[in-house]
Design a protein around this ligand. Sequence first.
Ligand SMILES: *Cc1c(COP(=O)(O)O)cnc(C)c1O
Length: 432
Amino acid sequence: MMYYSTNGKAPDATLAKAVVNGLAEDRGLYMPRSIKKLPQAFFEQIQDLTFQELSCTVADAFFGEDIPADALHKMVCDTLSFDCPVVRVEDGIYALELFHGPTLAFKDVGARFMARMLGHFAGGREINVLVATSGDTGSAVANGFLGVEGVRVFVLYPKGKVSPIQECQFTTLGGNITALEIDGCFDDCQALVKNAFMDEALRAALPLTSANSINVARFLPQAFYYFNAYARLREQGFGGQPVICVPSGNFGNLCAALFGAEMGLPVRRFIAANNANRVFFDFLQNGVYTPRPSLQTLANAMDVGDPSNFARIWELYGRSVDAIRARIGGCTVDDATIAATIRECLASTHYLLDPHGACGYRALKDGLQEGETGIFCETAHPAKFKEKVEAITGAEVLVPERLAAFMRGQKQSVALGKDYQGFRNYLTDTLL
Ligand SMILES: *Cc1c(COP(=O)(O)O)cnc(C)c1O
């Protein structure tokens, strides 16, 4: 499979190049030249397959031309060492729980898969992974790569803008993982990473790669759990097409679901749930995409003012606003509504949402029509936002042991400014 750049000014890349480079030379995002449709028979019998089995079929369609089947299937099974169950919350509304991995958020799936695929393609060379995080990416990538030989990971995070629980998950690991505390916001962190990739002199000296959701090895595998959600609903006797609602920031997770639908996954329509960072919602209203500085909200992993995967959605639907509107609806949920939703949902269903899942649940509940069944992604465990959720509900949130273990660790990070030169000097001093 060849991958092209959404900016159209870079040559096509092989999967290996797209994975190692992350971003194309023209700063575009890689897109597969074609998307394979899975046969009808697969969907008719999907309920008989386990999560790992059906994910191997999906992985074959994406990556089968480029990676031998046994190596690919091992990557899939190693990645999916935990379940992504579909849990009934109330009539017609299900939570796709994506927080059962090591760092209790959905990014574990993409990060674990990417670490394994990068290991496959790096073939013994020393490689440096740069990742900007607004909270959960850093922990998922750091944990996904921890101990992977020949790979060093630098996690850039905005000082004071991630929760203490998120912070400890990437600052306490040590080994091949270094946390860089940037005096700026998430967009500054993302800009530093993007600048490093555009710096040809730096890249000539240091092999660099990205692990943000722009990397095809990170975002595509996120399709696995949408197929599983459909399979598990069918197993419970559901025969229709669900509405899928995804709490979105950089739109990698939604984008994976859209790719799933292009492969034939039956989905009635999609809802993109935004917090107060409503660039995509506004785009759906007025047809113009206008990036803005990000705002801090309760759902901080979605505080993104210029979602990188918008370019992929734009491409996927032939650069047509109407085609996008025909498949994806939008919603914006402010902090007061997030808090009210967590309280209401707990009181009426006994299901405890995290602030991101609350955006999804709210958007789905408001958007679902008579007779429709919907799934929203519960993208993180509420204990990751313990203080916020407890302040909202007034009740204690129990912390799973794997999260408590991080909190006992010793924080280690390097403080840096948001200027590119300082970041560049740090990298060359450390690595050369
Ligand atoms: C990253 C993240 C999101 C947003 O996902 P995108 O793929 O960036 O749209 C939502 N919720 C949680 C908990 C996250 O960590």
